[in-house]
Design a protein around this ligand. Structure first.
Ligand code: FE
Ligand code: FE
Ligand code: ZN
Length: 282
């Protein structure tokens, strides 16, 4: 069954119920949300009664909470070894794992981080140190999904090799998965018209079963541009046909597909894009 949804908002007053309601208006059967603003770390207390109510609403609308994705804020940067920033990121991620558990979800998508001039090798080393330290003490059972990045600036995780190196260094490997992002893969230099080959490469290096989420985005830029600017489905350089091939891939059929395409004239494009995708899949 196609499991598709989009990024949705999360507001303090409506909590998770508001996020679920938004997803339903798009005809989605999953969604992704931030537990607060993505660019800051201000987080309100979670109202557990509202979470229960939201779970009920999800059940009534065919949304499986085990397929719902939480995205960690961008400002967590485990790759930066500067002590105060490193400590801050580790502490925030630890707290975020507890919040994901309180929401009753299973997966947290994380940008591996940016090495900010220290080099990829040191960046990867810092990420491994952070993940081991966090998971050592963590009592949740949340899986952290490392997102494949476009390679903008000093981003780490711009190819499967870097993602693999991180996983190899983590002790609790069962707590780590991967989120692939089509725009990021394109911008990182992967030619998505050869998606089967890309998947075979991923399987050999990391294992296909590690893929727990796919971000479906078109790209405003050409392959290998390292830009990371998402485009609406079918309107970018990847194109509808290639995106549909990826969505249709049998080996990834149980993996939730999440749209993170840009708003058009202030309106969310997700209802239309989900309809378009549904009309094209087998
Ligand atoms: Fe992301
Ligand atoms: Fe993404
Ligand atoms: Zn992106």
């Amino acid at each position: 069954m196609l499991i598709i949804g989009s990024h949705v908002g999360y507001k303090k007053d409506t909590g998770l119920i508001g996020s679920v309601k938004e997803a339903i208006t798009y005809g989605a059967n999953t969604f992704m949300f931030y537990t607060g603003a993505p660019q800051n770390t201000i987080r309100s207390n979670i109202d557990l009664d509202k979470v229960k109510e939201a779970h009920l609403l999800m059940e009534e609308n065919g949304i499986d909470k085990n397929k719902v994705i939480v995205h960690a804020p961008y400002i967590i940067n485990l790759a930066n070894g500067e002590l105060s920033k490193f400590e801050f990121s580790c502490n925030f991620l630890s707290e975020e794992l507890k919040r994901v558990e309180a929401f009753g979800m299973k997966y947290l998508v994380l940008h591996p981080g940016s090495h900010v001039g220290q080099g990829t090798k040191i960046g990867i080393k810092n990420i491994i140190t952070a993940l081991n330290r966090i998971l050592e003490k963590d009592t949740t059972n949340i899986t952290i999904l490392l997102e494949t990045m476009a390679g903008k600036g000093s981003e780490v995780g711009k190819n499967f090799e870097e993602i693999k190196q991180i996983i190899v260094g983590v002790n609790k490997k069962d707590r780590i998965g991967v989120c692939i992002d089509t725009c990021h893969l394109n911008d990182a230099g992967y030619n998505l018209t050869n998606f089967n080959e890309i998947l075979t490469e991923f399987d050999k290096m990391i294992g296909i079963d590690k893929i727990k989420c796919i971000h479906i985005n078109d790209s405003k830029n050409v392959i290998n541009s390292h830009k990371d600017r998402h485009e609406n489905i079918g309107k970018g350089t990847i194109g509808l046909e290639t995106l549909i091939t990826i969505i249709n891939n049998d080996k990834l059929k149980d993996v939730p597909k999440i749209l993170e395409t840009p708003y058009i004239d202030g309106h969310a494009p997700y209802k239309e894009e989900i309809e378009l995708i549904k009309s094209k899949i087998k």
